[in-house]
Design a protein. Sequence first.
Length: 282
Amino acid sequence: MDKKTNSSKISYCPICNRSFDTKLEPIKVLGINITPKKRLCEQCSNKKNLEVIHNENKLKILELQKKSNIPKFFYNTDITNISLQWKWQTKIINFIKNWSPNYSNNWRLPFLFGVSGTGKTLMSYCLINKAIKEYQIDAAILDIASLIANNKETDTNSYGKFGIQNINLLIIDSFGCHRINPWILDTLYTIIDNRLKKQLPTMITSNVDPTAIGKYFLELAGNVNLKHICSALEDRIFELCLLMKLNGTSIRLEKALKSIKDDKQSNTDYNLQWITKKNLPN
Ligand SMILES: [Zn+2]
């Protein structure tokens, strides 16, 4: 043993005033032996490092949320604290609660379908927030509207088209709600096919019954030459996703009905006419 390791130096922790020997007792911070630069005791160093890690994580989470396309209003939406009106959607809620990217067989995510206002988009926000907050993985919502508006390979998302194809978790929201042209169809097919080949988690939400999606897209496109790509797209979706239906009526519609009943001043007849035309689903 040389002199250096033998020598003893007593230090006092500036936070808790605990005395400790900096030479003979190398402190362990989060399981690693280090020389205490700021001369804090082991307990205070651990606490401080945890705070630093916590703050770094918070920044990273915010950065990931910004890149994900999730609206800022939903940054705090969490599957464990969603409002009571959604609580009966137990199947999808349990799926999200139990999901983890760490199990290799968990790459298949729901194709969530049902009428508008049953909480499909909200559930997709819950999943994306869980992935980002608990696991800090790259996750994003595919912005089909901006894909269509730009009609080019870049600018569709902070991750770009190539990034979207390979991102750890992708949400395709309101699938079938947009205009379809051969380029969009080709782009969607490329993204979905690539993600299936690599078994990358992809959740889709849609008002359209997935068993009719090929036919639906073909009608939207209005071009019989696209028959093959439409049916190939439908096939890939069945392999990529678990079909999950959200039952129930539209919460938005119920709220609208309630506000009409509550508000005697409004043009009730006109509004009720519009709502009953919508053929409330069971
Ligand atoms: Zn201390």
